[in-house]
Design a protein around this ligand. Structure first.
Ligand SMILES: NC(=O)c1ccc[n+]([C@@H]2O[C@H](COP(=O)([O-])OP(=O)(O)OC[C@H]3O[C@@H](n4cnc5c(N)ncnc54)[C@H](O)[C@@H]3O)[C@@H](O)[C@H]2O)c1
Length: 334
């Protein structure tokens, strides 16, 4: 069912992780569609707080936006929020596979405990709808591709993936007990302007502009189903619309691109766009990294009308443009 713009007016969506990469794009989009947005973030020091402040620059003064700096790990922290909320888009959390191996407890706190606090808050306040940011990492090294949502995902290979899978299960228990409407959205390596600085594309473009070698973990054959952030955000918005239009919902969907790109190809495309021959430093595969991710998106297409549009090459063009403008660099490519 399509929700008309008029229906959105007056609806307030709580976006957790609003200062992060995806959360800032989502907040901006929801505001542009006429929703009111309550943003929550704790400016987790995983990467620069300045970058997170910058992420909110485009919308933090919007009259339909209100920000709360809260740590969702603290139970009761959400009680400060007095506004009436129609839906929570819960994107806050600790992202990243490799750091989760070094500090698994913080992933249990910021992902699992924080999600439990969100669910308790919903139950107490009578908030019915939750769109939850899960991850393709739950598929682990499942050899059957493309990944479908009905596959067994018990064989995760990192604490990060464990935390996301745990949240999906926790969400189900609250759906069952309190009839909350919940969709777990499994994102697949999201990229685009404002991408987290720890993620490969952002890191590699920076290294190229600094004339430094690009670390290639493994032989370059690992593959990721890179998804441009506008497509992910469109998928989240469609998930919210679906949740508004339906009741007694519990579901899990892949929000990928269904077009895996090898690491070696990714480096080639970036280098072509920066008009350089890359210096590659081959290193061993890193613990916790999966061989490939590849989403079957037919379920999301059918359920919410998800339809990613930006190809990997086009996404890289847009990323490099953003990167060079932000850093006031001379575009190597012309
Ligand atoms: N970027 C991707 O490719 C990708 C892929 C799969 C899943 N995800 C998930 O999507 C969500 C957003 O990812 P992102 O790339 O935008 O990450 P991000 O780190 O840029 O954003 C997450 C935000 O959550 C905030 N946060 C962390 N712990 C918090 C806490 N305890 N209380 C309040 N705020 C807290 C951080 O400060 C940050 O601003 C995350 O849950 C991530 O696990 C991302």
């Amino acid at each position: 069912m399509k929700v008309e713009l008029n229906d959105m007016k007056g609806k307030t969506i709580l976006v957790t992780g609003c200062a992060g990469f995806i959360g800032s794009h989502l907040s901006e989009k929801l505001l542009s569609l006429g929703y009111k947005v309550i943003g929550v973030d704790n400016f987790d020091p995983f990467y620069s707080i300045d970058l997170k402040m910058e992420n909110m620059e485009g919308f933090k003064r919007n009259k339909a936006f209100k920000f709360y700096q809260l740590d969702l790990c603290q139970s009761g922290s959400l009680n400060l929020i007095q506004e009436e909320i129609s839906l929570i888009a819960h994107l806050a959390g600790k992202a990243g596979v490799r750091p989760s191996i070094l500090d698994p407890q913080s992933y249990i706190d910021s992902n699992i405990s924080a999600t439990r606090n969100i669910l308790d808050f919903m139950q107490k306040k009578g908030i019915q709808k939750l769109a939850f940011a899960s991850s393709s990492s739950v598929y682990g090294n499942n050899p059957i591709v493309p990944f479908t949502e009905d596959q067994n995902v018990d064989n995760v290979i990192s604490p990060y993936a464990f935390s996301k899978k745990s949240c999906e299960i926790l969400n189900h228990s609250y759906h069952h007990l309190y009839d909350l409407d919940i969709i777990n959205m499994r994102f697949f390596t999201v990229f685009g302007p404002r991408q987290r600085p720890d993620l490969a594309i952002n890191k590699f473009v920076k290294l190229i502009y600094n004339n430094e070698p690009i670390p290639m973990f493994g032989d370059g054959s690992t593959a990721r189903d890179y998804t441009f952030v506008d497509d992910t955000v469109d998928g989240i918005v469609k998930t919210c619309e679906y949740l508004f239009a339906n009741h007694s919902v519990f579901n899990t969907i892949n929000l990928g691109n269904s077009y895996p790109i090898k690491l070696s190809t990714m480096i080639e495309v970036i280098a072509k766009n920066c008009a350089v021959i890359p210096i590659i430093k081959q290193l061993p595969m890193q613990a916790g990294d999966v061989e490939q991710t590849y989403a079957d998106i037919s379920k999301a297409r059918g359920l919410i009308g998800y339809n990613p549009k930006v190809s990997f090459d086009e996404g890289i063009v847009r990323f490099v443009k953003w990167f060079t403008q932000k850093n006031q660099l001379v575009v190597l490519h012309n």
